[in-house]
Design a protein around this ligand. Structure first.
Ligand SMILES: Cc1ncc(COP(=O)(O)O)c(C=O)c1O
Length: 371
């Protein structure tokens, strides 16, 4: 699923679009963000309330043996090392999200996220860290083993509601009743599903991560374009918007790991909310977003053979662990691009390792090499 030249005629607002040629495959469109200096972008981000939860900067490292194997230079941004409760991209979000919750006087953090959710783990750990109670309602999770992200939520003292149903209306009714009860008890509830900053913080914090990466790249002698691979979502939006604004030669490829229609909506909605929070008037359209839908495998949270191969390859060559829900699928895309000759020899790939490591343990049967 890529935007091609065929779609020029159907674009409504051509004056807001510029046409760029990626050095990889085909034409894509990009919305025109205003050019900002690094200082100006930083000042915009610094205007938002924040606290410091993530351990930053995370390392940027050369993956020598993987690069040699795939025939293209690969750098890995270690967002798995952000610190809190086994780390990951979500920890960065908490710097902004928890500042928002505290500013709103919250004393309970309420969330809806199923068993495999890293978001649930990190929101839980961050909530506890700043002194809030944490409740997670987990749809379709009643019969799941207490392992991976569920185990960590349990250890940190989450009030976990493991529901049998995944039905949207039933889950919402359950949450509404619970929230009403809490409010009647005099609690101020920060409901992560309703609060913009809970998801927009993904885009905002990856606009900031763009500044961090750009500074680190100065030590890596990257001559040509940077081909950035990341799981499609808020981080993709942040990397796209900030790299455009700073006029960096980056192509940001979002790899879809679940339902494509949800992925598009996520990137566009969260990015536009983030732009609004930061005072930009520009808005992202779905056609501005490049998302690769070939690496989903059998479905969300179901790793295919290419994902399992990617996890084993990176572990064996670099001693770095990827996860079976997100980063394994993103690395499967990098491997496929390398094998099918889509990279030029002088390209540098930047793989954003967004974490997700607790879910390795929920997929032991799929991942172990021995019977
Ligand atoms: C490990 C991992 N990577 C990437 C993502 C995508 O996150 P976002 O939409 O915030 O970019 C998630 C979301 O749950 C995740 O857990």
């Amino acid at each position: 699923m890529k935007v091609t030249c065929m779609e020029i005629g159907s674009m409504p607002d051509l004056q807001y679009l510029i046409l760029v040629k990626t050095n990889i495959e085909t034409w894509i469109f990009k919305m025109k963000m205003p050019y900002l200096s690094k200082e100006e972008l930083k000042a915009k981000i610094d205007s938002l309330p924040r606290i410091n939860i993530a351990l930053l900067p995370t390392p940027l490292q050369e993956a020598h043996r993987l690069s040699e194997k795939l025939g293209v230079r690969i750098l890995i941004k270690r967002e798995d090392l952000t610190g809190l409760a086994m780390g990951g991209n979500k920890v960065r979000h908490m710097d902004f999200c928890m500042a928002d919750a505290l500013q709103k006087g919250a004393d309970v953090s309420l969330n809806i996220n199923p068993w495999m959710s890293n978001n649930a783990r990190i929101i839980g750990a961050a909530s506890k860290m700043v002194g809030l109670d944490y409740i997670n309602i987990a749809p379709a999770s009643k019969f799941r083993p207490i392992q991976g992200n569920l185990l960590i939520q349990d250890i940190i003292g989450t009030d976990l509601h493991l529901l049998d149903t995944a039905n949207h209306d039933e889950v919402n009714e359950y949450v509404d009743k619970l929230e009403t009860k809490l409010i009647e008890q005099g609690k101020t509830v920060y409901n992560h599903v309703k609060e913009h900053m809970s998801r927009s913080s993904a885009t905002i914090s990856y606009m900031e991560a763009t500044l961090e990466i750009e500074e680190q790249l100065a030590n890596f002698n990257v001559a040509e374009n940077l081909e950035v691979f990341v799981a499609s979502g808020g981080a993709q939006g942040g990397l796209m918007l900030a790299s455009q604004s700073l006029n960096l030669p980056w192509n940001v490829h979002g790899v879809i790991v679940g339902k494509p229609e949800e992925s598009y909506a996520d990137v566009v909605t969260w990015s536009n909310n983030a732009l609004n929070h930061l005072g930009f008037t520009e808005r992202l359209d779905w056609s501005d977003v490049e998302q690769l839908d070939k690496y989903i495998g059998p479905g969300y949270a179901i790793p295919g053979d290419d994902c399992i191969e990617a996890i084993r390859m990176v572990a064996e060559l670099e001693g770095i662990l990827l996860d079976p829900v997100y980063t394994g699928k993103v690395m499967a895309a990098v491997i496929d691009y390398a094998r099918t000759g889509k990279f030029k020899q002088e390209d540098t790939v930047l793989f954003i390792h967004t974490g997700g490591l607790p879910e390795l343990f929920d997929f032991a049967d799929e991942l172990k090499r021995r019977d």
